[in-house]
Ligand binder design. Structure first.
Ligand code: UDP
Length: 322
């Protein structure tokens, strides 16, 4: 298929683009490089540098596109609280422009990068797709607004749409020659921060609270390998049905605590990785674990890279290649 990948110079977008190319698809990447990197666009993709809202119409206007995978977004929770306007404009308004271009040019399929942040503080874990959606920050709210927009386009305009709600994406795409992973100018994610300590560019890792109601007192998250996520996107493309908007949670269904993550990083890197306990971070739920049973049942998706040490060692391999 000829596919548009928005945000294909970013972490998840570039890895998915690489998988799509490996599977024989023709990929056009649209990215404004505001947070992405030109050299992350996989070899074999056509690259268009441009801002999503402004450029989507022109790119899709070239014709022949059979699907859009939409990753381009702002994704910093803290920033979204401080500057919500960036999220309503960069995420919601830009996605609206993309959907209008999809409609205008009759593109039949859309896969959207949604998030566990649409659920907010969970009532039950593992979290199923039927859980209430009560995002606790503008980032999650903006993604949820886009989900609602997509539902209405599927119903009214026949779009075959899928939203994939990621839990904690981690690891890197490490093949013979290709190394694609997480490298944000402002890094807030646990595993890359811990690996910065192992690499000697950060002195210690702060553990945000050890008085949570969890087995070792630190927060528990569901870390999912970025290559497993990419597998789900390919399955979503082939399972999409016209006039339907399906929503799937993507996680491993297993939680690891912050301390377990730090320990896995020590094992993989051989570095002692000093850790200091810091106050809780505002807005962090104690436990977030996905129920991905629906994705298993309907898409036939099963994550295969679920061992924490495997996830960390791929992230470490990527970090060392930089
Ligand atoms: N965390 C931490 N220290 C850090 C960064 C994160 O203790 O320097 C914790 C954070 O409180 C959360 C978990 O690690 O419980 C994962 O955080 P991350 O920002 O990677 O992802 P989130 O779950 O917020 O999407």
């Amino acid at each position: 298929m000829k596919l548009l990948v928005t945000g294909g110079a970013g972490y998840v977008g570039s890895v998915c683009a690489a998988h799509l190319i490996e599977a024989g698809h023709e990929v056009v990447v649209l990215d404004d490089l505001s947070t992405g990197h030109r050299d992350a666009v996989p070899a074999g993709a056509t690259f268009v540098e441009g801002e999503l809202g402004a450029a989507a119409g022109e790119v899709l206007g070239a014709g022949g596109f059979e699907g859009v995978l939409h990753f381009a977004a702002r994704s910093l929770v803290g920033e979204s609280v401080q500057r919500p306007e960036l999220y309503w404009d960069g995420n919601v308004v830009a996605s609206f422009r993309l959907l209008e271009a999809v409609r205008a040019h009759g593109v039949p399929r859309l896969v959207f990068s949604s998030t566990a942040a649409t659920y907010g503080e969970p009532e039950q874990v593992p979290i199923p797709e039927t859980a209430p959606t009560r995002p606790t920050n503008p980032y999650g709210a903006s993604k949820l607004a886009i989900d609602h927009m997509i539902t209405s386009y599927a119903t009214a305009h026949g779009l075959a749409a899928t939203s994939l709600r990621y839990f904690n994406v981690a690891g890197a795409h490490v093949t013979g020659t290709e190394r694609l992973g997480e490298r944000h100018a402002v890094e807030t994610h646990l595993i890359p921060l811990v690996l910065q300590v192992a690499a000697g560019t950060r002195e210690s890792i702060s553990i945000y609270g050890e008085d949570w109601p969890t087995p070792d007192g630190t927060c528990v998250r569901d870390y999912i390998h970025v290559d497993d996520l990419a597998d789900a996107h390919l399955l979503a493309l082939t399972h999409a049905t016209g006039s339907r908007h399906d929503v799937y949670n993507l996680g491993s269904g297993h939680g690891f605590s912050v301390r377990e993550v730090v320990e896995a990083c020590r094992t993989v890197t051989g570095h002692p990785i000093p850790a200091v306990v810091a106050p809780r971070r505002a807005g962090d739920p104690a436990v977030l674990v996905a129920s991905s049973e629906l994705a298993a049942e309907r898409l036939g998706w099963k994550p295969s890279r679920t061992e924490l040490e495997r996830i960390v060692s791929d992230a470490w391999e990527f970090a060392r290649s930089r």
